[in-house]
Design a protein around this ligand. Sequence first.
Ligand code: AP5
Length: 216
Amino acid sequence: MNLIIFGPPGAGKGTQSSFIVSKYKLFQLSTGEILRNEIKNKTNLGVKIQSIMNSGSLVLDDDVSKLLEKFILNKEYANKFIFDGYPRNLAQAKNLEILLSKYGQKIDLVLKLSVSLDVIKKRISGRSVCSICGKIYNDFFNPAPINSNCCSSKFLQKRTDDTLDIAVKRFQTYENNTKPIIDFYKKLDLLKVVNGEAPISQINVEISGLIDSIEG
Ligand code: AP5
């Protein structure tokens, strides 16, 4: 089973992906995370994309596609993908179909989390990520545990693109590209829309129901 989790910045894609990964033993392929690692490791690509990511725009399709294929060709992950942050435009959606079919795979379900810009602003301004285990927290909605060795405040980090200005730009980038992707997956009868403003645990339950229904 391969899934896509789709939605605006701060919609909860990463939060829900980590739940799906542990429940269904899937592999989360977050293009944002892969690109941030390129920046952290100061690779040629990382140097090239740093300013693009900090402006809220999209990295070039070809650059993301090359990174993506390295994972898709790995048999260990075959039919276990949850694509988080890919595709982000129609060209990427079509490219994903081509790449998957090249390796004998397909998408089984597309989950779209719907969240308004007002909610997103608050989520992004409150977000922190544990630099040790990668767990995602939120000062307002989902605070890190106080008595934890791993996720204590000294290990919590803010993302450089999590300022209000860049978040609004990221939201606009998302809005400008979304409709063709939605239409594409509607035609393939793969799209399920989930209310991303519900509590995290309630969304877990709804998503589980949708996955269970396609697993039969
Ligand atoms: P990426 O890392 O993918 O960022 P994004 O799409 O903007 O999404 P986020 O990671 O910000 O949010 P999320 O939906 O995962 O929310 P989260 O679970 O953390 O991409 C970053 C950049 O990389 C892009 O701008 C672009 O430049 C580049 N890029 C990436 N992919 C690309 C591609 N395919 N092509 C080209 N460029 C690409 O939750 C957010 C917060 O809310 C957390 O604090 C969480 O605790 C909280 N929260 C979550 N759910 C709930 C809830 N239900 N109720 C209350 N709080 C909640």
